[in-house]
Design a protein around this ligand. Structure first.
Ligand SMILES: [Zn+2]
Length: 119
């Protein structure tokens, strides 16, 4: 890819189930027919959690996604993780732009410990 900067490149995934196999630096768009349904990516903040964004225009919240010539995604609005990680970032032209205070201070933690307890 030479000097082309990116954190994520867009790929297509046939179903949402495949998202557990999601590779880093991959933003997978799940399509049904010609309709974009979901966008999945691994949290760039280090927690590694798979973030699933709804692209369905009939649902809230929903995100919009576009790709440039090099398959670099631009996602709007911003992505804000509600877990402990608390990442808050934009993806523009495939690159993560951290919001102020939205970048986790600590690196990845033990994913087993991160399991949510039922409330
Ligand atoms: Zn995270």
């Amino acid at each position: 890819m030479g000097l082309l900067p990116f954190d994520f490149l867009t790929t297509r995934a046939p179903s949402l189930q495949d998202r557990t196999a999601l590779l880093p630096e991959t933003l997978a768009v799940v399509e049904s027919g010609n309709v974009k349904k979901w966008a999945c990516l691994r949290c760039p903040g280090g927690c590694g959690e798979v973030i699933t964004l709804s692209l369905n225009p009939n649902q809230r919240p929903r995100w919009g996604i576009s790709e440039d010539f090099w398959s670099r995604p631009t996602v709007h609005p911003s992505v804000h993780q509600k877990n402990e990680c608390g990442c808050h970032f934009w993806i523009k032209k495939g690159q993560v732009n951290w919001c102020r205070g939205g970048r986790p201070k600590r690196p990845a933690k033990d994913p087993v410990r991160d399991k949510r307890t039922p409330t």
